[in-house]
Structure formats: C-alpha cells, structure tokens
Design a protein. Structure first.
Length: 149
C-alpha cells in the first residue's frame, strides 16, 4: 500500500483532529484554607494569605476583608475561606482595623490593633517572619482558627 501526498495530508489532518478532541490534561489540584476568626471589637477584619515569590519575598497570595454584621458581632466569630489555591507553603495573618485606615498600625511596642497569625507566632519587638507563621497546604486546611488580641 502506497500513501500519496494527498493521503498523507488527510492522515495529518485526522491526527490533528484526534489530538484536539482528546481529553484535556487534568487541571492541577487545588486546595482551600478555611477557618474562623474570634474577635472582641466591632471593626472590619483583614485576612491575608501570604506566600513567598521566587526572590523569597513575602507576597499577598489572597486577601479577604470581612465587614462585620450585627450577628457576627454578637457571636464574636466569623468564618472565612480561601479556595482554588495551588498546594504549597503559606502563612495566614489578620488584623482588625479599629481606626478604619485599612492597615495595621504599629507603635513603639508593636501593633496597636488586634492581630493574629494562624501559627501562633508572636515574637517580641518585631513582626513575625514568614517561616515562623508558615504551614504546608497539600490538602484542604479547614481548621485555621485565629484569635485577635
């Protein structure tokens, strides 16, 4: 059997069509980090999921701002969830913006507003470093509980 040039063209077209119709490769796995924040004051809560970039610099992977409802304030607890994350190493920190300027205010002796990290990293006279707060996320983390102090 001889394949002609025209026949070879049809064969290439058939192979290309088969390749395009084949199943797409599976999507990379995604994970979620979820939990709750306990608080005492009635002010928005800023949650930041931190990762390291290629230069080992902290970057905000995800951020969530929770505006509290009357029900949240009466319970003194809110739930949060970050979904669709790539498995990896993350740190989770939050603060309660009691003065409404959308940032954690720092004084001579540390933060002036309630704050917390998922791994209880509270060094004296400096902010916690990534490695002090970091945790591995290979599968869903559903118990990331923080208590603002």
């Amino acid at each position: 059997m001889r394949t002609t040039v025209a026949g070879a063209g049809h064969l290439v077209a058939l192979l290309l069509a088969t390749t395009l119709l084949a199943e797409e490769p599976p999507a990379p796995p995604s994970v979620r980090v979820a939990g709750e924040v306990r608080f005492e004051k009635s002010a928005p809560i800023f949650l930041r999921l931190i990762a390291l970039d290629e230069a080992k610099t902290e970057v905000v992977a995800r951020e969530q701002i929770i505006e509290l409802t009357t029900e949240d304030v009466s319970r003194a607890t809110v739930h949060f969830e970050f979904v669709g994350l790539t498995p990896g190493r993350y740190a989770l920190k939050c603060f309660q913006d009691t003065n409404g300027n959308k940032r954690l205010d720092i004084g001579v002796f540390g933060p002036k507003e309630p704050w917390a990290t998922y791994r209880l990293a509270r060094p004296k006279l400096r902010p916690p470093r990534f490695e002090e707060m970091a945790f591995n996320v290979a599968e869903d983390v559903t118990n990331a509980h923080l208590i603002l102090r």
